[in-house]
Design a binder for this molecule. Sequence first.
Ligand code: FA5
Length: 344
Amino acid sequence: MGIRENISELRLQFETELAAAHDSDSVEKIRIAYLGKKGSVTELLKGMKDLTNEEKKEFGQTINVLKREVDEKITARIEAIRKEEEDKLVNSAERYDVTLPADTAFGSYHPITLVQRELEEIFASMGFIVEDFKEIVSDYECFEALNIPKHHPARDMQDTYYLDNGQLLKTHTSAAQNYLMRKYGAPLRAIFPGRCFRNESTDASHENTFFQMEGIMIDKDISISNLIYFMKTMLSEVFKQDVKVRLRPGFFPFVEPGFELDISCHICGGKGCSTCHGSGWIELCPCGMIHPNVLTAGGIDPEEYTGFAFGLGLTRLAMMRYGVKDIRDLNSGSLKALSQFNHE
Ligand code: FA5
């Protein structure tokens, strides 16, 4: 093929490729393919050395014109693409009406947070302080200080996740009792909500990660009637109606006497369902009078002070309060399940 045909074929090829390029990267590649060191036009220029002087004159000019043309067209194409992109941006900005109401989903508090905050307010209004506590605790804090010595069968009541260093994931919020007694001494009114972990299989009312809220009140002459009063006040404030509860004896080494406080299942109205395992009752808030050994371990004289403690199942309370049938929905992270709650 002669050089003339070469030039016209190259021009045609260039026009076709340029027309198909719709972004600046593709155009830049074309520039390199034609005008780069090893580009087609550059190669043509290099090939001129083999031509006669006559031919050099004729084709030299044509190739230079082609070179300029390719250069100018590429520059023009890049400019056009830049303008197209700018226009697109401006148009989309114009279509964006800032006065329209947003149609995005709003965030909402987790139901457990809602119930926790409500309880904190109720107890704060009754003179309780609200404390936070760590999630990794020592064996002493979780068990020994609570009158549960090593190898005591009561340790089996809660399947514990142990860490390699001998510490463990808090199985109950009672693990903070000793720390708070030592920190504040008596008299003391405190609640401390927190996340608890137990290595147990899950079902509609059991999770391996759940929230409790511990409460303690220590003073002179505290009795079971104080305990019952605070439990009743708390529940009627949370449910804004009279709630059916039952109190039965319960064994916990850190209280004496100890009770189990159950609430009538709000999912089935007490008839029995999968949430309450057919019993019509939900175990909600074990409680009792703090064992003298626990007060002593906390640096408080049991001859002078008495107190009550309770360990409310915060997650279960949220279930009853919001009619959540399955505890696993609360930990699911499912926006569909959780976005039903209000935006307080
Ligand atoms: C305790 O954890 C005692 N520390 C409570 C206590 C505190 C008793 C102070 C006396 C004085 P229990 O293991 O029963 O007790 O748990 C207390 C509550 O936590 C239960 O009634 C229940 O509401 C909730 N709970 C326990 N295990 C789970 C679980 N796997 N999933 C969800 N909630 C649970």
